[in-house]
Each structure stands twice: as structure tokens, then as C-alpha cells.
Design a protein around this ligand. Sequence first.
Ligand code: TTP
Ligand code: MG
Length: 406
Amino acid sequence: MTHRIMHIDLDAFFVSVEQALNPELRGKPVVVGGRPDRRGVVASASYEARAFGLHAGMPLSTACRLCPQATFIEGSFPKYRHASQKFMAILADFSPYLEPVSLDEAYLDATGFESIYGSTHQMAVAIKQRIKEESGLCASIGIASSKVVAKVASELSKPDGLLEVADGEERSFLAPLPIARLPGIGKKTERILNGLGINTIGELSSMPLDALKSHFGGSGELLHRYANGIDDREVRLPGAAKSISRETTFSKDTKDRSQLEATLRYLSERVGSELRQQGKQAKSITLKLRYADFTTITRHHTLRQGNNTDQTIFGTGLQLLRKALSPGKQPVRLIGIGVSNLIEPGRQLDMLDSSAQRLEQLNKAIDRIRKKYGFSAIQTGRTLLLKDIFPTNEGGYTLHTPSLSR
Ligand code: TTP
Ligand code: MG
């Protein structure tokens, strides 16, 4: 089963709210942003106004010159907030797997919902219909196997659009589009790529990864993935922690591998414990090292499927650590381990294999004992080593307050 993700975005949102409340404005060039004699820019332009070249971000004075017959409205935020809440409530009626992105935009995971509505296409039709009936607004919807392709599809379908990209068609769908259509490509990136003779997403997708990295650093890889329609970001519910991490600064910088590894083990267990407490699994693991001169590096690894066992977090962290440490490197000042790309176990597509399941049960049992008797009631071989290094529990190094980024 592949993912079916919807990207839903309301058309000319601020303007449409005004038009829904005032029928006289419908079908006309309308701008929300302020009076044309004031300084300021267009926040939202009706599609009728866009026909004159108006768009968001354009100075109001220019907008007025291009389309003097447009109605200019100051706008009122409480109205838009109210409309946004209604919009999100309608979406939540269709799927609990809803991630609001902005006032008028959300991702919805519709995987497995085909059977209820007949097809995801029909589900999208029903969503559009309800939004129209209950708020008078028009939504455009893109459906695809990933967030990035769904977003490109919804934007392309506007206004009043609905566009589904079939599984397996992602690359051929994206290929002919200009690169500016791809999320993450701003004006600057577009200019650089155009300078390199890259104009379409297809051309971008066949650019060697190394070349992209040399021009755009870390984001080069993301561009490469997106251009190829690859994006494994999940639809995340609001309020859900996006990552969990623990880090420690040593009282004295160290190059001692056993101390680094023992500390990593200890931190991994704390991260794993928190992850299981939240009922989550992680798909990405990140190691952080800060050297004596304060240069900081992070190393990531993505797991094939979600996991929340101490063994996997530590095992992966250890591999990353061993790769990151080379003999000539400086002593380490800080070490940290974190997990991200968190998922709800029941929602993942691959089934856990049975050995992973057994490990998970073991970890749960350990957590129960720790809860009863304290964290140090059970220590695995490597964390015991910490006691040899630091005779008092947690002494000798500072344990930072848990950093739970949202
Ligand atoms: P968008 O969804 O980007 O724009 P839109 O809904 O007006 O038009 P469409 O989606 O059909 O292309 O943004 C949603 C609202 O956010 C928009 O109505 C007004 C507000 N907004 C600003 O206030 N300033 C801006 O620069 C942008 C882009 C949007
Ligand atoms: Mg919009």
C-alpha cells in the first residue's frame, strides 16, 4: 500500500473570505492588503485581479496602477482566523491525520481511506464540496504519494482544482515543470540553476548529486530528492514532538573512546525511554559532536522502518560516532544523540519483524522497572562503565535538561 497524501490549499484565501461575506465583491478584481494610497503590499489578490498581473507581495501602489478598478480592502485578521478554524474542522472530519501548515493550507493523510469514499479522488471531491457549502470558499487539492508532489499538484491545479498524481507517475509529472514550481526553490536558487542551464524539474532531477551539493551544500540533497519526487516526511499531527534528544558536555574534553561510547549508550537509553513513553517510533537518528574548538558536527542516519529500542538508537549512534571520529580529530567537548521523523507505530506501512518486536517488549519491561526503582536500577554493560569513569551517578559531567524540540 502506498501513501496517499492530500495537500489542500484555499484559493485567494483572504479575498475569498471577503467575497463570501459580501456577494457584491464576487467575480471582481479584489485585493486585501490595504488602501492603495497607503504604503504596503498585496496580501491576497482575487484571480480576477491576477489576470491584470497582481500578486501577493506587490506594492499596493503598483497594484493600483495595473488595475485601478480593483476593490482594495484593509482586511481583518479575526475573520480569517475564524474561517481557518472552520476549514480545519471540516478537514478533521475527513481524517484525523491532519497537519495544518498555515491558515489556509493543510496536509491530510488519506492512506487507506479509499474504501470509505470509493477513491481518494472522490474523497477530495467530497472535501471540496463541504468546504464550498459550509464556508463559501474554494479549495484546491493535490493528491500524491508524498507531501512534495501533493503540494506541487495542488498549486498547479489552482484555482478550484483537483489533481491526483498516480503512484509511479511522480517523476514524469514533475519533469516538464519549471524549477520554480518545486518547494524549496526560491528566487536565488532558481537564478543559480538557470545559470547552470537547468530550467525544468526533470533537468534538475538528472543533475549529479555531487554537483548539487557543491552548489547548495546540505540542501542539495533535498533538492535532488524532491526533484525525483522522493519525500518521506510524514503527515504530523500538531503538538506532536518532532524530535527528542539528549546531550552532555564533558567536564573535561575527551578523546577516550570508551568514555564517549559509554556516554552515548547512556544518552541513547534516555532518548529511547522518552520515545517509548510517548508511544512513538523514530525513523531518523542524529549524532551530535562538539569538538574542543566548538566546531559542531551532526551525522544522520535514516532507518528503513520506525524503531524505538535503545539497542537501535545506540547501535546507529555508535556507527555514526565511529565514522565521525578519526585519529587526528580534536578532543570532544559535547556528545548528543537525537531521534526525529517520529511516527505512531500503528501507522507505519511495514510490519515490524518479530526480533524487533521482542526487543521492543524487552525495552518496555526495562522501562517499567526503571519507573519503579529509578533510572539507574538497570544499567547495561556500557553504561555501567560510566560508573567506573564517574564514581558518582551522573557526576563528573553535566546532564542538560531534556531538549524536546517542538
Ligand atoms: P496563499 O495560500 O499563499 O495565497 P492565497 O490563498 O491568497 O492564494 P492561492 O492559494 O489561491 O494562490 O496564502 C494564504 C493567505 O495568506 C493569503 O490569502 C493572504 C496571506 N498572505 C499574506 O498575508 N502575505 C503573503 O505574502 C502571502 C503569500 C499570503
Ligand atoms: Mg491559498
